[in-house]
Design a protein around this ligand. Structure first.
Ligand code: C5P
Length: 307
C-alpha cells in the first residue's frame, strides 16, 4: 500500500482481500479465535485522502459512497476504523490527531472483503507520512493489530498466510496472478455473530480433524500454477456458521458451483463469495453471465500480488 503526495495532501488506494482458505484452530481466552488463513489482496479499491484541514481542529472524516443501493458507515460512526487508526497512531506518537479524511467507498461492508481493515491500514500509512512520524513498517503493523485482526495483513504488499488472531503475517511471494468473480448478495453479515454461531455449531473433537499443512500444500500448488490441485484445499471453516445465520449464502455458493469455476468459496465471515477462474478472459465471461442472472453485486477482480 503506497501513499501518493498530491500538493500538501496524501492519498492511498486501499484494496479488498479474499480468503482462499480459513481454518479456525480454536477459541482463545481473550474472546478471539486462533486462525490460519491464506489472504490475497484484489483489485477492488477504496480511496482514502488526507489533507491538513483547518488548524487546531480535530481529525474528521467524510465518507462518499460509490456503491449502489448498499449502506456505508456514516461520517461519525464509531465503527469506522479510519479515525480509530488515526487516533491509535497519534496516541502512540504523543501528538494530536489532525486533518481531514475523504473516504470513497467501493468495497461493500460486512462482506468479508476487509474494506474497513484496509481503510484503517491506509489511514496508518497516510498519517505516518503526513504527520512526519516515519515509524518503520513493523511498528505500524503492531499498531494495526490493535485496530483490528485483519489490518496487519494489508501491510504485506501481496498474498500472505495470517495466523494467531490474524496479526502474524507470513508473506507468500511467487503466486501467479489469480482471476476471480466476487459475488456479494444483498445480505451482509456481522463477524462476531458468525464466530458465535461457529462456537455453537462446533462439534466436540472437531479440532482433531484439522488438516495440518493444508495451507502450505495449497501455496505450493498455486506457485506451480496448478489451480485445480490448489482448489481442492480451499476451505472456509466459517462457511457453515455463516450459512446458518444467512441461508442465502448457501444459495449463492450453490449457484457459483454450477458456473464452471476451478474453485469457489466464501471470503472471511461472508457474505461475499468468490469463484476462481482459469484466466482473466474466463473471469470476464463468467462475471458477465452471472451479473445478468444474479440479484446482487458482481465484481470481476484479479489479485494484486506480484508474480
Ligand atoms: O479484530 P476485529 O475487530 O476485526 O474482530 C471483530 C470480531 O470478530 C471480534 O470481536 C471477534 O468476535 C471476531 N474475531 C474472532 N477471532 C479472530 C478475529 C475476529 O473471534 N481471530
Amino acid at each position: 500500500m503506497y501513499a501518493i503526495r498530491v500538493g500538501s495532501a496524501w492519498e492511498v488506494f486501499a484494496p479488498a482481500k479474499l480468503n482462499l482458505y480459513l481454518e479456525v484452530l480454536g477459541s482463545r481466552a481473550d474472546g478471539f479465535h486462533d486462525l490460519e488463513s491464506l489472504l490475497v489482496p484484489v483489485r477492488l479499491y477504496d480511496h482514502l485522502k488526507w489533507s491538513s484541514g483547518p488548524s487546531n481542529s480535530p481529525c474528521s472524516l467524510r465518507v462518499h459512497s460509490l456503491l449502489q443501493n448498499q449502506p456505508v458507515l456514516g461520517d461519525d460512526d464509531p465503527n469506522n476504523l479510519v479515525l480509530r487508526a488515526a487516533e491509535c497512531l497519534a496516541d502512540s506518537a504523543g501528538i494530536q490527531a489532525h486533518g481531514t479524511f475523504q473516504l470513497y467507498k467501493r468495497i461493500p461492508m460486512e462482506a468479508g472483503l476487509g474494506g474497513g481493515s484496509s481503510d484503517a491500514a491506509a489511514a496508518l500509512v497516510l498519517c505516518n507520512l503526513a504527520w512526519g512520524i516515519h515509524y518503520p513498517q513493523q511498528k505500524l503493523m503492531e499498531l494495526a493489530a490493535e485496530v483490528g485482526s485483519d489490518v496487519p495483513f494489508f501491510f504485506a504488499g501481496g498474498a500472505a498466510i495470517c495466523r494467531g488472531r490474524g496479526e502474524q503475517v507470513e508473506r507468500t511471494p511467487g503466486l501467479p496472478r489469480l482471476h476471480f468473480v466476487v459475488v456479494k448478495p444483498s445480505a451482509s453479515l456481522s463477524t462476531p455473530t458468525v464466530f458465535q454461531q461457529w462456537k455453537k455449531q462446533k462439534e466436540p473433537g472437531a479440532d482433531a480433524n484439522i488438516q495440518t499443512r493444508a495451507v502450505e500444500s495449497m501455496v505450493r500448488h498455486l506457485r506451480r500454477g496448478d489451480l485445480s490441485a490448489a482448489g481442492r484445499w480451499m476451505v472456509n471453516r466459517l462457511q457453515s456458521a455463516a450459512t446458518a445465520v444467512c441461508p442465502r449464502i448457501q444459495q449463492v455458493i450453490d449457484f457459483i458451483s454450477r458456473q464452471g469455476f476451478t474453485a469457489f468459496g466464501m471470503s472471511g465471515s461472508g457474505s461475499a463469495c468468490w469463484g476462481l477462474a482459469r484466466s482473466a478472459t474466463q473471469a470476464r465471461n463468467l462475471a458477465g453471465r452471472i451479473s445478468r442472472s444474479f440479484a446482487g453485486q458482481v465484481y470481476c477482480v484479479s489479485s494484486c500480488s506480484a508474480a
